[in-house]
Design a protein. Structure first.
Length: 221
């Protein structure tokens, strides 16, 4: 236990700097990279193979279904290092799509009959404080340790995974987003954002990931 090296991949999120600050404030070292930087993934992963404790993929302002631009992505080598990984927002969608799951609209409009093309342009999806409901598995997850069965999280998304990837465990849902958190072995994916300071329990969730998954010590808990 002690300080560790955390690799943060920026998938073009407006909250990436907040995520880095959280990790640094929790007394950890970090490598901060934008997804499209010109790096050699084999050399990069080899350089950190013996010191890396965990990886975090940020959210993104980009649409993973875009056909006009290349959606942010990460070299497969990073996903095969064997260290715990936390996928945030777009990260969850990216992971789900890799496993053959469609990424669909998360509507703010509750009436399907009113979900027209015109309404879609103004629809805000799921934004701001949102009630997260843990499943029974979620209540046993190390990621949500000490948080109870229901608590507010910070949402900022218009898209979501249509269903759970095969083999994964559903750990949380919201009223509008059935797949709000899921996990498989040492990989954890959340549709919400734990990194901004207005996320009441975000620091607890990041602490749980760093402490119980990555095996490092944070100074505030």
């Amino acid at each position: 236990m002690g300080k560790g090296l955390i690799y943060i991949m920026d998938m073009e999120s407006t909250l990436s700097e907040a995520l880095v600050r959280r990790v640094i404030d929790m007394d950890q070292y970090c490598v901060f990279r934008k997804w499209d930087m010109d790096i050699n993934p084999e050399a990069e992963t080899a350089a950190y193979a013996n010191s890396l404790k965990g990886i975090i993929l940020s959210g993104s302002a980009k649409n993973i279904n875009s056909t006009k631009h290349t959606p942010p992505n990460i070299p497969s080598q990073f996903l095969e290092m064997g260290v715990p990984i936390l996928f945030i927002c777009y990260g969850l969608q990216y992971l789900a799509k890799l496993r053959g799951v469609e990424i669909v609209r998360c509507w703010d409009e509750t009436d399907p009959a009113k979900r027209t093309k015109a309404v879609r342009k103004k629809d805000k999806g799921e934004q701001g404080p949102t009630s997260l409901l843990l499943t029974e598995a979620g209540q046993q997850s190390i990621l949500f340790r000490g948080l109870g069965a229901n608590f507010p999280v910070w949402m900022k998304h218009n898209w979501m995974a249509e269903h759970l990837p095969e083999g994964w465990t559903l750990t949380a849902s919201t009223e509008k987003c059935p797949i709000a958190a899921m996990e498989y072995n040492n990989m954890f994916a959340v549709q919400f954002h734990p990194e901004p300071y207005n996320s009441l329990f975000g620091r607890t969730i990041l602490h749980n990931f760093l402490s119980y998954a990555c095996g490092v010590t944070t100074p505030y808990f």
